[in-house]
Design a protein around this ligand. Structure first.
Ligand SMILES: Cc1cc2nc3c(=O)[nH]c(=O)nc-3n(C[C@H](O)[C@H](O)[C@H](O)COP(=O)(O)OP(=O)(O)OC[C@H]3O[C@@H](n4cnc5c(N)ncnc54)[C@H](O)[C@@H]3O)c2cc1C
Length: 502
């Protein structure tokens, strides 16, 4: 039986991994971008929420699958070697009266089965998180909260799914769904028709458009923007726990966190944008000022603004009423929506995938789901030269001298790692090797200089390893090539290009 999944974000990738466990399925994962995980899943707060923010009466699926997802990530992160940490979360009551809000969320925690959640007061709060605002009245402490590298999670899931037989098609945009006699027959794409009896729509911000193609109308997804500041790795004071305040009518909460990569990060805002702004990931002065103002209330001290190395924004795919649309249909038979997966979608992804396969697909498929005898749950992470002990580094250099050539100075990323990242992209079937693809796999261009020193050096390695001219190396595919206009002419005429052409 043939299954098409539309969208290789955290949701599509998780579903692909779960489906890859079973016999008799030919699974195609389709992604319009040149790489996986480049949509909503790459730009968010990256928290594995404990599960106390959703009222189970109002949002039953969100409440149930968040707690399950949190649990599953322990196993999945281990199997796939995804960077993760479990620092716990403090929902801080800044004023005495905010404690009532914290108590309301404690009740939700108890209803949803969040382990270990309890209210703590000023003294204990300062002990658990010394950098928290010393005047804060207390907090809801949820020890099961975690943090993950979201882009690496998607990459790891796809690498593992492909290893287990899933076929990845990047730069493949779904433009139509063929339906005959009320049954799904496949998808029309820019690369031709792909046959399928089951089409799973996990297209993030564009899931409403895909759903319309199947004739399942009646909802739209609008973008809700969240803006952030990221500080340099050496900027402090940092926080150990995930810190945010009790939600108010104005804000659901600005977070202060130390990311799994070790940078202090503050944000996000929550600004509703019109439906047509699904690509508008710009940042605004008002948004960033709001983040700064609220983050300042949460902690004793923020680093100076001169230590900010990056601002960015992400777009939440907001469904109507905030309800996830996870449904299989009889008309057309074979179409499944996993749409409007706003927060806590990253947390819930493993549980959503298991739910879709076990509860929506099982029984609907013409075959009985039988586990493969040889399914491999494991995936090895990229080597991180900067974190290796001296002896290990020497070993790496001995077997491959490219590990002795540091290309990204800020994050100490070597040529060996860059080549390994390129080879991994090729192995899963990525056709266009982009600078972003290298960045998210190696953490090069992630440091203080944000790539201003190493980008050209990395582009040269990409050109060499893929046999394309330097000016054609792109940040994220068509239209973002390294050389455009005058730069293209310069690069084309450079000695280096001429030498390459010989
Ligand atoms: C600011 C912000 C903060 C957040 N914080 C958290 C958090 O801390 N914890 C948490 O649990 N969740 C958080 N979330 C939510 C979480 O990021 C999302 O729920 C999740 O990433 C959604 O994943 P997705 O796979 O549905 O979407 P995406 O990652 O966008 O994946 C969809 C994919 O479909 C592709 N696609 C679209 N149209 C087509 C087409 N026609 N053909 C082929 N491919 C197509 C896209 O290119 C994209 O790659 C946050 C979100 C934002 C924006």
């Amino acid at each position: 039986m043939k299954v098409v999944i539309v969208g290789a974000g955290i949701i599509g990738a998780s579903i692909a991994r779960v489906l890859s466990q079973y016999e008799g399925l030919e699974v195609h994962l389709l992604e319009k971008c040149p790489d996986v995980g480049m949509g909503v899943s790459k730009a968010n707060t990256a928290i594995i929420h404990p599960g106390h923010e959703d009222d189970p009466n109002k949002y039953p699926l969100r409440a149930k699958l968040c707690v399950r997802g949190n649990r599953l990530w322990h196993q999945w992160a281990k199997e796939l070697e995804i960077p993760v940490k479990w620092p716990g979360e403090l929902m801080v009551a800044i004023e005495e009266e905010d404690l009532k809000t914290a108590e309301h969320y404690l009740e939700l925690a108890q209803k949803n089965g969040v382990p270990g959640a309890r209210i703590i007061y000023r003294e204990e709060l300062s002990k658990i998180e010394p950098n928290v605002n010393p005047d804060a009245a207390g907090a809801l402490w949820a020890p099961t909260a975690g943090q993950i590298a979201p882009w690496e999670a998607v990459i790891a899931l796809v690498e593992n799914a492909v290893e287990n037989g899933v076929r990845l098609h990047t730069e493949t945009e779904v433009r139509g769904i063929r339906i005959e006699k009320g049954e799904v027959k496949g998808v029309e794409t820019n690369n031709g028709f792909i046959e399928a009896e089951i089409v799973i729509n996990a297209a993030g911000l564009y899931a409403d458009e895909i759903s319309k193609m199947a004739g399942v109308d009646g909802f739209s997804i609008h973008p809700r923007r969240g803006e952030y500041y990221v500080f340099d790795e050496d900027a402090g004071p940092k926080v150990t726990r995930i810190v945010h305040q009790t939600p108010t009518p104005i804000t659901k909460g600005v977070y202060v966190i130390t990311t799994v990569e070790g940078n202090l990060m503050i944000g996000p805002t929550a600004q509703d944008l019109p439906e047509e702004a699904k690509e508008d990931t710009s940042t605004t002065k008002e948004g960033l000022d709001f983040v700064w103002e609220w983050a300042q209330k949460l902690v004793r001290k923020l680093p100076p603004k001169s230590k900010v190395i990056k601002t960015f924004s992400g777009l939440r795919p907001e469904p109507p009423d905030g309800r996830w649309i996870i449904e299989a249909y009889d008309d057309p038979w074979g179409f499944v929506n996993v749409a409007g997966i706003r927060s806590p979608g990253l947390t819930s992804a493993p549980a959503i995938a298991v739910y879709v396969v076990n509860e929506l697909l099982n029984g609907r498929l013409d075959i009985k789901l039988t586990k493969k005898a040889k399914w491999n749950p494991y995936r090895k992470s990229m080597p991180r030269f900067a974190t290796l002990p001296k002896e290990k580094r020497q070993q790496f250099i001995k077997t491959n001298p490219a590990y002795g050539n540091v290309v990204c100075m800020c994050k100490e990323v070597t040529e060996g790692e860059i080549v390994e990242a390129i080879n991994r992209m090729k192995r899963i079937g990525i056709k266009t090797i982009t600078l972003d693809g290298v960045k998210f796999r190696t953490l090069s261009m992630f440091g203080t200089c944000q790539g201003s020193y190493c980008r050209i050096r990395i582009a040269r390695i990409v050109a060499r390893e893929t046999g394309i001219p330097l000016w054609k190396v792109s940040l994220k595919g068509k239209g973002t090539e390294y050389g455009i206009g005058d730069v293209k002419v310069l690069l084309r005429n450079s000695k280096e290009e001429k030498k390459n052409a010989e």
